[in-house]
Design a protein around this ligand. Structure first.
Ligand code: COA
Length: 203
């Protein structure tokens, strides 16, 4: 079995119905989860080069798309789905990595974020450099939060004045990551200077 993960293009539009049916079936099985999108919405994402698809030959395996919010300051990788028979094989990890690379390429200064209750997704996000944050650190774009209305837990979000819910918010902040890397480099430089000074004293 060879599963290919790629940026979806026009030739993958034939999978739109299957993608939405797989999302639907999964949400029903879990009693929660991501909501069915319209076929037009998924089509638009594919046409704009903002979707990742995984295939085993001609068979649909998985999908995810990217969406920008708050005037492109935030980007979410949404609609992640892997067909049940292909789960546990690392496909979601590969799809998320491809969506991450695509998001960084299209929106280099945006913060990448996601909401999830799933342990698998939390682990994948952590590997990519995301950290858990409070909802206050996520986009305040009302249109994004309107997407939560179809979730069975929406009443919790409303009760907490949109500050908490069952989902964990996670963010990859490129500025923060760059700052951390610079701090680490400066620290390493400081440490090596210290070692050189000590060595000079000994010699
Ligand atoms: C969530 C989902 C996308 C995961 O897909 P997958 O291809 O099975 O995931 P992967 O095989 O890439 O596994 C990803 C990580 O989760 C871990 N994992 C896999 N199955 C797991 C399970 N049942 N419980 C806990 N962790 C699990 C893997 O070990 C891996 O972590 P690691 O890299 O630290 O080893 C898939 O189950 C799905 O489509 N679920 C329904 C839709 C959904 O919930 N979407 C996410 C919305 S936020």
């Amino acid at each position: 079995m060879k599963i290919d993960v790629m940026i979806a293009s026009e030739k993958h539009l034939k999978y739109v119905g299957t993608i939405n049916d797989t999302i639907d079936e999964s949400a029903k099985a879990r009693g929660t989860g991501i909501a069915r999108r319209t076929d037009e919405y998924i089509t638009d994402k594919i046409n704009k080069g903002k979707a990742i698809i995984a295939l085993n030959g001609e068979e649909f395996v998985g999908f995810c798309y990217i969406e920008s919010w708050g005037h492109d300051k935030f980007v979410a990788n949404s609609g992640l789905i892997v067909k049940p028979t292909y789960r546990g094989l690392g496909v979601a990890k590969r799809i998320k990595r491809a969506a991450f690379d695509l998001s960084r390429q299209k929106y280099p200064s945006a913060k990448l974020f996601g909401l999830t209750t799933g342990e698998q997704v939390m682990r994948i996000n952590t590997d990519l450099g995301y950290v858990p944050v409070t909802f206050a650190k996520l986009t305040d774009d009302n249109q994004f939060w309107a997407g939560c209305k179809s979730c069975v837990n929406y009443d919790i979000l409303q009760r907490t004045n949109m500050t908490k819910c069952l989902c964990i918010g996670m963010v990859y902040d490129p500025e923060e990551i760059a700052k951390k890397a610079a701090d680490q480099k400066a620290n390493e430089k400081k440490q090596s200077s210290k070692i050189i000074r000590l060595l000079k004293k000994v010699i």
